[in-house]
Write a protein that binds this ligand. Structure first.
Ligand code: GLU
Length: 502
């Protein structure tokens, strides 16, 4: 029997760190499923583990989801019919459900002290046994246990796992998973501080919030049979379960470690959503990239907008096998989505990146540049790198770069001064007239286009790589081009000067 009614999915992060692609992909798929079916996508904050709470992480999760465009219908900040949506605010409720399981004979009070449990674990370690609760309090008389609870004795509530037989849990993409009940521990459901464990809280909330599809990481497969037991103990219909593939290092060997993550960041790559945003990736590209790590449409189509994904996503095409994180793919998708933006939109998105690099520009300032940079950007961060000089009064000339390919300072100087003379007289100053003059000079001076244009490019941009030269010069304007060429000529002159006698 499975949960009936309109599709309701949830993303249930613990506020224990920054939103990363593992969580964000779960959120994405859950969002897609809900949107596609006209159902609801719920955000629930699972903050019952107070020790692991990281201040600021809840805000980061929400900001990251919003940036990705994965807006939720119900959540801690907007409420909804099944709230509150923060587990710490639902504390009283979990005790009620844990007590219900005790009453039904599926759970029991346990009074073992942390010291006794530590000794037990030590003993098990020594005998090379799996860490398990030994069931001491399971054998207590229920009436006596109740009296001790009422007398205020510190206790937890444990699940009374069946000792015989097996349990079969069904995952939509992995099929049936069967385990022997004797291998399931008497997990704690309610802790001595009254907070539920994840296992109790997740089951109670998914039920009360009428979640129809539980999508989550494969790291939860181990305790999946326990959750199935809990649903059965309560007598509740189960949701459809989907345990998503895990992510591996780019090499495909092993999980991504903290150290790997630090190495990625040095190269402005990251598995954190906040970093990807800062490093100039578009949310459209991040969604496209994440969507295809664990799902495919037809093994061919690779460009998807969020709307495409809402239309085309299907649970059946999820892949259970682990996916290696591939940052070149991310770059590739980012380029594609940058090119798909309207010029005004790209200009708007580039503004903060120019500002961060020290250029105070408006979208209107950037708009004329879009036609010459749009196809050359991999990330938004590349914008100021590639075109910052447009907003400078002065540029630096890396002197050696002013020397043309297979030329020397003297011949480069001569070529550039000819360019200067001709351009000084040029009117009107347009892409076409500039091109005409420069191509004419290539012929006249007997140089290769690469040689002459290379010198001019460094002279008017300070860089060996720039947007297309003639358009760049037209946009820079005559005054700046001439002034910067003059400075470049002075630099070439210095390079020619004989070394002063020592
Ligand atoms: N709070 C759990 C986590 O952070 C949620 C797992 C689930 O979706 O059931 O991963």
């Amino acid at each position: 029997m499975s949960q009936q009614g309109p599709v309701r999915t949830r993303f249930a992060p613990s506020p224990t760190g920054w939103l990363h692609i593992g969580g964000a992909r779960t959120a994405l798929y859950s969002f897609l499923l809900a949107r596609q079916a006209g159902g609801q996508f719920i955000l629930r904050i699972e903050d019952t583990d107070r020790k692991r709470y990281v201040p600021g992480s809840e805000e980061d999760l929400m900001e990251g989801l919003r940036w990705l465009g994965l807006e939720w219908d119900e959540g801690p900040d907007k409420g909804g019919p099944y709230g509150p949506y923060r587990q710490s605010e639902r504390k009283a409720l979990y005790r009620r459900y844990a007590e219900e399981l005790v009453a039904r004979g599926h759970a029991y009070y346990c009074f073992c002290t942390p010291e006794r449990l530590a000794r037990l674990r030590e003993e098990q370690r020594r005998r090379k046994l799996p860490p398990r609760y030994d069931g001491l309090c399971r054998r207590l008389d229920p009436e006596e246990a109740r009296r001790r609870v009422e007398a205020g004795e510190s206790h937890v509530i444990r699940f009374k796992a069946p000792r015989e037989g097996t349990v079969t849990a069904h995952d939509l993409i992995r099929g049936d998973i069967t385990v022997a009940n004797k291998d399931i521990d008497d997990y704690i459901l309610l802790k001595s501080d009254g907070y539920p464990t994840y296992h109790l809280a997740v089951v109670v909330d998914d039920h009360l919030m009428k979640i129809t599809h539980v999508l989550r990481g494969a790291e939860w497969l181990g305790t999946f049979p326990l959750h199935v037991h809990l649903y059965r103990a309560f007598g509740w219909p189960e949701p459809i379960w989907v345990h998503l593939s895990t992510f591996l290092k780019p090499s495909g060997k092993g999980k991504i470690s903290k150290r790997d993550a630090d190495i990625f960041r040095k190269d402005h790559k990251s598995v954190l959503i906040r970093d990807l945003r800062e490093f100039g990736y578009l949310p459209e590209a991040v969604n496209n990239w994440m969507a295809l790590m664990g799902w495919s449409y037809d093994d061919r189509t690779e460009f998807f907008t969020l709307d495409d994904l809402i239309e085309k996503f299907s649970l059946e095409r999820l892949k259970p096998s682990p996916a290696a994180v591939n940052f070149s793919k991310l770059d590739h998708f980012n380029g594609l989505h940058i090119r798909a933006l309207a010029p005004e939109e790209l200009a708007r998105r580039l503004v903060p990146f120019f500002q961060k690099a020290g250029y105070s520009v408006t979208p209107e300032d950037l708009l004329p540049l879009i036609p010459i940079i749009q196809t050359r950007l991999t990330t938004l961060e590349d914008g100021p790198q590639l075109a910052g000089f447009f907003f400078q009064e002065d540029i630096e000339h890396p002197e050696q770069d002013l020397i043309g390919d297979k030329m020397d300072a003297a011949s480069s100087y001569q070529a550039l001064s000819k360019v200067y003379q001709r351009l000084e007289a040029l009117d009107p100053w347009t892409t076409e007239t500039i091109e005409q003059v420069l191509r004419g000079l290539v012929e006249e001076l007997g140089l290769k286009p690469r040689q002459l244009f290379g010198i001019v490019r460094v002279a008017v941009t300070g860089r060996r790589v720039s947007p297309p030269l003639f358009e760049t010069m037209a946009l820079l304007g005559k005054e700046r081009c001439l002034r910067w060429m003059k400075q470049a000529l002075a630099a070439l002159e210095r390079l020619q000067a004989p070394a002063s006698p020592s």
